[in-house]
Design a protein around this ligand. Sequence first.
Ligand code: PLP
Length: 315
Amino acid sequence: MLLADLSPGDEVILPSFTFVSTANAVVLRGAVPVFVDIRPDTLNLDETNVEAATSDRTRAIIAVHYAGVPAEMDALNAIADRHRLVVVEDAAQAIGSRYRGRLAGSLGAMAAFSFHETKNVVSGEGGALVVNDRRFSERAEIIREKGTNRRQFLNGFADKYTWVDVGSSYLPSELVAAYLFGQLEQFATIQQDRMTSWNVYAKGLSGLTELGFGLPQCPAHCEHNGHIFYLIAPDAETRDALIVRMKADGIDTPFHYIPLHDAPLGRKVGRSIGDLPITTDLSARLLRLPLYYGIGDELDRVIERVWHHARELKG
Ligand SMILES: *Cc1c(COP(=O)(O)O)cnc(C)c1O
């Protein structure tokens, strides 16, 4: 959002169904998050609602790739072209995912990845900014070096380095970078394990639709990365009861985002496009199943327990 060069009062379109960091980036620049509803199939920004959310203050669109399923980037980029907006991918969950064969993170002007401990590839805390539009490259290097032109100096293009712009210290430590490098070297192995586990859930739980449950959906032109396996319970009461029962079995099946448009700060500083009914409904019915590298044999027990409780609650 620093690179998008927002001024106070500028607007950025984003889903309400996302992590607070997506909106904090906007609010920290004094800009207004404009919350748009999501699609019921992928839980990503509903691209058909985005054009109506634009105003003469709109500067950017942030597309979140929820559960590693890419948002409808062609439609979003087309809207951005018409209104001269910057498209930023929140690819925090989407390392390795593809949209029409192209990797997530290469689909907008810029993209942010996360290496938080909950993601597929981790460094404890950390992330990466990908800059696809060369207009932003030079300033990106200045902002991450505390607003100095140290990068130009190190490359021999300046004889000293000095304070030229706003910035902060966005570099990872050597230890964090070393940990991350090891993870990236093992990326194929990590992904294979995750996808295998995700597919075990998909196969073992596909019959839950007969009890009124929804399962994750990935459009035919997208490839997800097995980041999250979630269930959509038939109603909020069943979701809450299922979480409690699974917990009693020692299995953590957490819900996910509380809609930001309806959160105390979201109401104060944001603007919403309509009532966001899909966001409100699905966030109250979604729960996530355990999914991590090496989960292996645990999968069968989780599947058996989900079936047991789902039948008792809805059979
Ligand atoms: C994890 C996550 C973030 C935040 O990542 P950090 O590395 O904690 O900054 C932002 N957006 C989404 C969609 C995420 O899943």
